[in-house]
Design a binder for this molecule. Structure first.
Ligand code: ADP
Length: 487
């Protein structure tokens, strides 16, 4: 079926804040696969609009919190139905604004639908009052309630799934929400918020304030009226937000739920199957052009199979198709913008000097007007050569010897990140040993190391990778709520 591209060029985004004046100049959004194509325009929220949004959100909180959790859940479920019915439009936006492949676009919409349904279900469960024993014969109940105003600040790499997931959890738990999408994906965010309004979420309960992180994002996080921030993005920005919340001199001690970066590895021992190692390493490293929090950046291969794995990897990378993500035949699309390209290019220059090139998939001529980076793999003498996370299709292979298994896991732990880890081995004792030693949130054994299946595999990390609890897991929703014991 052809992609539904109706509306491209006319897509728009502007603040959705009742009572605010119309926003300023329109900024063009271009297609990452071909920067000559304008896909829409957006307008940022100014300081007055942000102030208005905060005042509206405070005023709307009591009414929304008093709405029964089941009624809030029903609205989110209605939104899930609407979104499912409009998959083609949202998929097209994921391709044209975020540079996602068609397969990624489908997965993205599905994940967003799953989040809406899962948090609706969770709201019904958690918000049912819990009756506790009353030793003296008194009644004793635990109830949940919303905390107040939540700021949801999200990234461009899952512009629909993470964006809606954060909002759905905050709304389900009885908070009013001010949503700030990433600068790169305002059009998708705007369409998603409009859809929630259409599903029945009141306009002042969920507001949309596009704009720069340093201005709009910072204005939200320093404001004493914000009771909680749900953030996904870089570790560096999570620290800035933490600092902003900590230096407020009034208002509640705010909750921060942050999901941040990773420096993810996959370990393969000599009992593993090289074909499967290569398939899963490439699936993790290059899907979504490597722009997933879960992506494996480091492949640690035991020395006796390393030559074979490296040869197969080079062969398979020569077959990868880089190009326009709107074509079904494309494996790897563009990276998000020119800045991302620049960071990756600088990294590649350093690696070309310090490591051995294994393969670099050539960019075909039709990519010249887009922000593309060629999938590349290097062999490194040590993982110590890798510093901070590089978000793109870059894979680093390091060999290890039989007696170095614990040292390998320790070296991964020493990065300080703790998001995903892949294990390829047919020896149970080895798998168990790595699982016990690794300080990471999500472990994938003899399978693709990729993302999460909502409600089946809660996703999130530890250390520099985030605060927890895991998105899509049973402990996530309660973090958005406050508890009342009534005795
Ligand atoms: P990335 O490196 O993936 O672009 P960022 O952490 O820069 O990640 O961005 C994630 C989100 O955080 C975006 O919506 C961005 O606008 C927002 N953001 C960036 N800086 C700040 C800040 N100082 N305060 C609040 N939000 C911010």
């Amino acid at each position: 079926a052809a992609m539904n591209t109706a509306g491209i060029g006319q897509w728009t985004a502007a603040p959705l804040v009742p009572g605010a004046q119309p926003a300023g100049e329109a900024i063009a959004v271009t297609n990452p696969a071909d920067r000559r194509e304008v896909v829409g325009h957006w307008q940022a929220a100014d300081a007055t609009t942000v102030e208005r949004a905060l005042a509206n959100a405070v005023a709307a909180h009591a009414g929304w919190d008093a709405t029964p959790a089941g009624a809030r859940a029903a609205l989110l479920e209605h939104a899930a139905d609407l979104l499912e019915a409009r998959m083609p439009q949202f998929m097209a936006m994921c391709v044209k604004e975020a540079g996602k492949t068609l397969a990624d676009g489908v997965a993205e919409v599905r994940e967003a639908v799953d989040f809406l349904r899962y948090y609706a279900l969770q709201a019904r469960e958690h918000f049912a009052p819990i009756t506790l024993p009353g030793p003296t014969g008194e009644s004793n109940q635990l109830q949940l309630a919303g905390r107040g105003v939540f700021a949801c600040i999200s990234p461009w790499n899952f512009p629909l799934a993470i964006f809606l997931g954060q909002i759905a959890a905050a709304l389900a738990a009885g908070n009013t929400v001010i949503a700030k999408p990433a600068e790169q994906t305002n059009l998708i965010g705007f369409a998603a918020v409009q859809l929630l309004h259409e599903a029945g979420i009141p306009q002042d309960v969920l507001q949309f304030v596009p704009g720069d992180g340093a201005t709009v994002g910072a204005a939200l996080t320093r404001d004493a009226r914000v009771a909680g921030v749900c953030f996904t993005g870089s570790t560096e920005t999570a620290r800035l937000i933490n600092r902003a919340l900590a230096s407020r001199e009034a208002g509640p001690i705010a909750t921060l739920i942050a999901e941040t970066g990773g420096q993810n590895a996959m370990i393969a021992d000599s009992s593993s199957l090289p074909e499967q190692v290569v398939k899963d390493a490439m699936g993790s490293a290059f899907t979504s052009a490597g722009q997933r929090c879960s992506a494996a950046r480091i492949l640690l291969v035991q020395d006796d199979i390393a030559d074979k794995v490296i040869t197969m990897l080079a062969g398979a990378m020569a077959e990868l198709k880089v190009g326009d993500p709107a074509l079904l035949s494309t494996d790897v699309g563009p990276v998000i913008d020119a800045d991302a390209c620049q960071v990756l290019t600088a990294h590649a220059q350093r690696m070309d000097g310090e490591a051995r090139l294994i393969a670099r998939t050539p960019l075909p001529p039709e990519t010249e007007h887009g922000t593309f980076f060629p999938p590349t793999a290097w062999e490194l003498p040590s993982i110590d050569l890798l510093r901070e996370e590089k978000f793109g299709p870059a894979l680093h292979v390091v060999r290890w010897k039989a007696d170095e298994l614990d040292a390998v896991v320790d070296a991964i732990n020493a990065t300080g990140y703790g998001l995903t880890l892949g294990i390829h081995s047919r020896i149970d004792a080895t798998i168990d040993r790595i699982v016990a030693r690794a300080k990471v949130g999500n472990i994938y054994v003899n399978r693709n190391q990729i993302g999460a299946v909502v409600g089946v595999q809660p996703f999130g990390g530890q250390g520099l990778s985030g605060t927890g609890p895991k998105a899509g897991g049973p402990h996530y929703l309660p973090r958005f709520a406050t508890e009342k014991t009534v005795t």
